[in-house]
Design a protein around this ligand. Structure first.
Ligand code: ASP
Length: 580
């Protein structure tokens, strides 16, 4: 038997017991007569002790152990002379009688410690060593917990976990497909699923009215921070449901995950329409951990002869709590921040409402005391606050002020990592209109049903049609999204037409789905959550990469495997990808 007990498990009540243990040598310390070795496995660390006086040969052997050697020991649990309260096993140590070296280790290229000296690339190359580190290990434990509680919750709700194929035909989720050449059908290609969307809809037609799957999805996108070409979804679909049923069911899922993994109880998840989210927060994934709603200041700012405001399509502001204290330098740095090309504002105007009632703005030349007073009133600012104002083109300004709101909150530490504020955003537009190409795109995907009240607009003004689509955002990150689907062939065909597909193209790509709609398709809808994302947000991290055992780097490479890589000519020929 390799081991009778794991590391990280022994305590005072085990004193006197004989144990056999295995693990990796974290470090050893040689203190003259005594040698201490920290033995590590995924359960924790145990201090081993060797005494030169009682067994010099064994002590010498312990001293020869290198970092990350894999060893087995037999020994006795004893009370520690100097207790370490920081450590779970800090009250005991194991006096070793026997050591077996199970395997040696080269010196690792970086230290296997919480704070490692290894840079990103090195840790990715030796990901199997990085995974030994406590913080990375805890991330994977969290991920496993989230997946486990998802399965338990959905099982209890009557869902079936059903797998769908990976070698398929394109599914439109708005990204490029990864394709796989077919050897047996030369010149033809499979696509990897961007999501199991069409399959889960077909399962509804088949009568499996509550489906879920924790599933890999593949999207070939250009570099975007915090994206992985393959990622995992908690993919779900239900039949005979309306939006309300979906929101209730999956609000329950999130509550369950947050409670089971963090012990956090959340109240009912608030709901907000897309239009309100954009108006109040400048984004469809609002961070509700703090207030700072966006204010429309057009009525008090425009028409005073100040050209920046007068010529702007819109004038928007946010109140910074306690912002009157901001220094010139802090304000300048925010101005520079909003002027970065990613944000795109042309400038920023501020107005400080000082304690004692004196107001001071960066445009005092153009606005008098009473004007500033009206700004204060309309924005609801208090003494001690500051109003930040952006003006310009509507789309740019709303986006910029939304980002400014987040940046200021970040700088003021208002984005509390211990707070969890989910929100449903509903009533997304069905289509986005691309001004350049003058074409419509599906905002969610082409299978999303239009809001019944907007049906007429499909003919007259498709941009204004609202969809039965919803997202869940948590702390400013979109963690899931879905919709009630179209289940009628004619309507589906019409939406395809609006999206620029001819009947033939629609048939060629999605004929199977539209045909299925003719065989008794029930009303249905669903949602998919990003598992990697949920984990990252729960852990308060910006990066989904840290929650994936073997992630790709920012350019989509697996630097450990060195993939993607070239394949040899024989293989290319076999696939019909090379002229001989
Ligand atoms: N397939 C969609 C997505 O991946 C989710 C859904 O509509 O259920 O975003």
């Amino acid at each position: 038997m390799y081991r009778t007990v794991n590391n990280g498990e022994l305590s005072k009540k085990n004193i006197g017991q004989q144990v056999t243990m295995c693990g990796w040598v974290q470090k050893s310390r040689d203190l003259g007569g005594m040698t201490f070795v920290d033995l590590r496995d995924r359960y924790g660390i145990t201090q081993l002790v060797f005494n030169m006086e009682t067994n010099s040969e064994l002590c010498e052997k312990a001293r020869s152990l290198g970092r990350e050697f894999v060893i087995q020991i037999v020994g006795k649990v004893i009370e520690r002379a100097s207790i370490n309260k920081e450590m779970k096993t800090g009250e005991i140590e194991v006096a070793v009688d026997q050591i077996i070296i199970l395997n040696k280790s080269k010196i690792p290229p970086f230290t296997i410690e919480d704070q490692t000296d290894g840079g990103d690339d090195l840790r990715m190359k030796y990901r199997y060593l990085d995974l030994r580190r406590e913080p990375v290990k805890n991330n994977l434990i969290l991920r496993s917990e989230v997946a486990f509680h998802t399965r338990t919750y959905l099982k209890n709700q009557g869902f079936l976990e059903i797998e769908t194929p990976v070698l398929i035909k394109s599914t439109p989720e708005g990204a490029r497909d990864f394709v796989v050449p077919s050897r047996l059908n030369q010149g033809e290609f499979y696509a990897l699923p961007q999501s199991p969307q069409t399959f889960k809809q077909l399962l509804m037609v088949s009568g499996y009215d509550k489906y879920y799957q924790i599933v890999k999805c593949f999207r070939d996108e250009d570099f975007r921070a915090d994206r992985q070409p393959e990622f995992t979804q908690i993919d779900c679909e239900m039949a005979f449901v309306e939006t309300e049923d979906i929101l209730k069911t999956f609000e329950g899922l999130m509550k369950n995950i947050l409670f089971e993994t963090k012990g956090i109880k959340i109240d009912e998840v608030p709901r907000m329409t897309y239009a309100d989210a954009i108006r109040d927060y400048g984004t469809d994934k609002p961070d509700l951990r703090f207030e700072m709603k966006i204010m429309n200041l057009e009525s008090v700012c425009k028409g005073s002869g100040f050209n920046v405001f007068d010529s702007a399509e819109t004038v928007l502001g946010v109140v910074v709590p306690g912002g009157a204290e901001f220094t010139r330098k802090q304000i300048d740095s925010l101005t520079d921040w909003v002027k970065r090309p990613q944000i795109g504002a042309t400038g920023m105007i501020y107005c400080k409402f000082n304690e004692g009632g004196e107001n001071k703005s960066s445009v005092d030349k153009f606005f008098d005391v009473s004007a500033l007073k009206s700004w204060k009133e309309i924005s609801g600012a208090s003494d001690g606050d500051m109003l930040l104002i952006l003006a310009g083109k509507k789309s740019v300004t709303i986006n910029a002020i939304g980002n400014l709101r987040l940046e200021v909150a970040e700088r003021l530490s208002l984005r509390d990592p211990n707070l969890y504020k989910p929100v449903w955003v509903t009533d997304f537009p069905l289509f986005e209109f691309d001004e350049e190409t003058k074409t419509y795109h599906a905002m969610h995907h082409p299978f999303t049903s239009p809001n019944i009240d907007d049906m007429k607009l499909l003919e007259t003004d498709p941009k204004m049609v609202r969809a039965n689509a919803y997202d869940m955002a948590l702390n400013g990150t979109e963690i899931g999204g879905g919709s009630i689907r179209i289940h009628n062939k004619e309507l589906q065909q019409k939406v395809f037409n609006l999206l620029g597909f001819s009947d033939e193209e629609a048939h060629e790509k999605f004929g199977f789905l539209m045909e299925a709609f003719e065989y008794g398709a029930p009303p249905h809808g669903g949602i998919a959550f990003g598992l990697d994302r949920i984990c990252a947000v729960i852990a308060g991290s910006d990066s989904i990469r840290d929650f994936i055992a073997f992630p790709k780097n920012n350019s989509g490479r697996d630097v450990m495997l060195d993939a993607p890589s070239k394949i040899d000519n024989d293989q290319l020929n076999e696939l019909g990808l090379q002229t001989k």
